[in-house]
Design a protein around this ligand. Structure first.
Ligand code: G3P
Length: 478
């Protein structure tokens, strides 16, 4: 009935006193695959105390030593890519090849973070006073970057390893300790990843991983007085967290409705392959997935035909077989997607493929002639369904994009760079990709959303900076 995993706190693997576990359901078999500990609030308290104590001496550990340990963790992580990827396949039905890629990308991220940390934390600023009116040159100001304390990391199910290390590595290099609350689906992959940090030899308490039900420890964690920073990636829960959290820096990435605008002069083959890659990889369960295509009427038939030809070639089935389309993460997620599809059917969208579902597995579907009164025009399915809205002007496309409450990324396909730049300026999103599908990586690029898509900016450099505070010392000359 599923292996039971311990949680990790104060440098040790522990069984919770609650005597309760949380089951992780394999999305493909829909049977319990693993179980993790349902930690108690007292166990969270103990973890926070140990994280707080560990941080004090870690902050005094030379930067190069912190970097060395991170490099070691990166190497161990890459050595363990196979067993970790296997968990991703079983817990979140990520196609086998993509699961391995996620772990390797995570190792690279950790190493890059160590390097970047050495550079940006290794330098400060020096200011003199006489540039401000009324001052003599008698004050010398030195700045440096100091850690915040305990960082709480809450990654989502779609990248339980990568979106955990994208928070862990910046936190640690900057001298913080870190408490990880992994998503339920993906918790075991996350525990394996944390084990790699354990093997690398980080001091006890510096990194911990508490598992359990959000209803039991979610608010308790996010409102915990020991937490000095929260880095969260996920859905609506982020909005609730931002309202409850105390006076601490928040980094949030909360979904999107990334639009793909296609102009008349676009390379349609390029656009079609990016719609398929952007819309259907990991079955559309990415916040940066293409979630609405806005195409000029004159090229709409062509683009729909080209996309359909590619959709027909997508393989559908279990993640173990490396299929392109795999079961979505939970039954409730599949039900939600189905709700959007049925609403579109009822309101007259054109189904380019037959709608087909088996358990959590939903076949890829392109919906043409979607109109603004359909839910799918605005809501993110987080599944393998891509709506196409035909537009008659660029303005219509931009207006649709900007009417969304999300503003993560967007993309535009055109051969006219001037038009592309103007559209990029007009789109109210954190990033606009010209002639490619939205994507977060490479992982050192800034990554941010406007409006309901988030708070702050991620990417390696921005995350390191966000997890530090400026400290100044002023020498006052006589
Ligand atoms: O959904 C998570 C988001 O960060 C997407 O990342 O690499 O798939 O663009 P990526």
């Amino acid at each position: 009935d599923g292996d039971v995993y311990k949680y990790y706190s104060d440098g040790e693997w522990k069984v919770s006193n609650s005597a309760k576990t949380v089951s992780i359901i394999n999305p493909t078999t829909r049977k319990t695959q693993y179980k993790v500990q349902a930690c108690t609030q007292e166990e969270v308290n103990n973890t926070m105390e140990s994280a707080n104590a560990a941080q004090k001496s870690w902050a005094k550990t030379p930067l190069w030593k912190r970097a060395e340990l991170l490099h070691k963790a990166a190497a161990v992580l890459k050595e363990h890519k196979k067993p970790i990827a296997e968990c991703l396949v079983k817990e979140i039905a990520k196609p086998a090849k993509d699961a391995v890629t996620e772990v390797v990308r995570s190792g690279d991220l950790v190493s890059y973070c160590a390097e970047e940390g050495l550079r940006i934390l290794g330098e400060g600023k020096f200011l003199v006073s006489d540039s401000f009116p009324g001052n003599e040159r008698n004050k010398y100001c030195f700045t440096s970057k100091i850690p915040l304390g305990v960082v709480l990391a809450i990654p989502p199910f779609n990248y339980p390893v990568n979106l955990a290390v994208s928070k862990i590595a910046p936190a640690l290099i900057a001298g913080n300790s870190l408490v990880l609350k992994p998503p339920t689906q993906g918790a075991v992959a996350a525990l394996h990843m944390v084990h790699c940090f354990h093997l690398a030899g980080f001091p006890k308490g510096l990194i911990s991983c508490v598992t359990g039900k959000g209803s039991e420890i979610g608010d308790f964690l996010t409102m915990h007085p020991r937490v000095n920073c929260i880095s969260f990636t996920g859905g609506d829960t982020g909005v609730a967290i931002s309202k409850k959290a105390g006076m601490i820096p928040l980094q949030m990435e909360l979904g999107g409705k990334d639009a793909c605008i296609i102009l008349e002069d676009a390379d349609l083959d390029l656009a079609a392959s990016n719609i398929v890659k952007g819309g259907f990889s990991y079955s559309g369960q990415r916040c940066t997935a293409v979630k609405v295509v806005l195409v000029m009427e004159s090229v709409a038939d062509d683009i729909v035909k080209k996309v359909n030809e590619k959709v027909a070639k997508l393989t559908v089935g279990p993640p173990e077989d490396d299929c392109d389309i795999t079961p979505v993460v939970t039954e409730s997620s599949a039900n939600f997607i189905e709700g959007l599809v049925m609403d579109a059917r009822q309101k007259g969208a054109t189904f380019c493929q037959e709608y087909k579902r088996q358990g959590n597995l939903i076949w890829p579907l392109l919906l043409d002639n979607v109109r603004p009164d359909m839910r799918i025009a605005w809501e993110e399915p987080f599944g393998p369904v891509v709506p196409v809205i035909r537009i008659n002007s660029i303005e219509e496309g931009i207006n649709h994009c900007n009417a969304s409450n999300f503003g993560l990324q967007g993309c535009v396909f055109t051969r006219d760079i001037n038009k592309a730049m103007l559209i990029s300026d007009a789109m109210e999103t954190g990033t606009v990709q010209i002639n490619s599908a939205p994507a977060r990586g490479p992982d050192h690029f800034p990554f941010q959303g406007l409006k309901d898509s988030g708070i702050g900016s991620q990417g390696i450099t921005n995350s390191i900076n966000m997890m530090t505070k400026i400290k100044t010392t002023v020498i006052n000359l006589p």
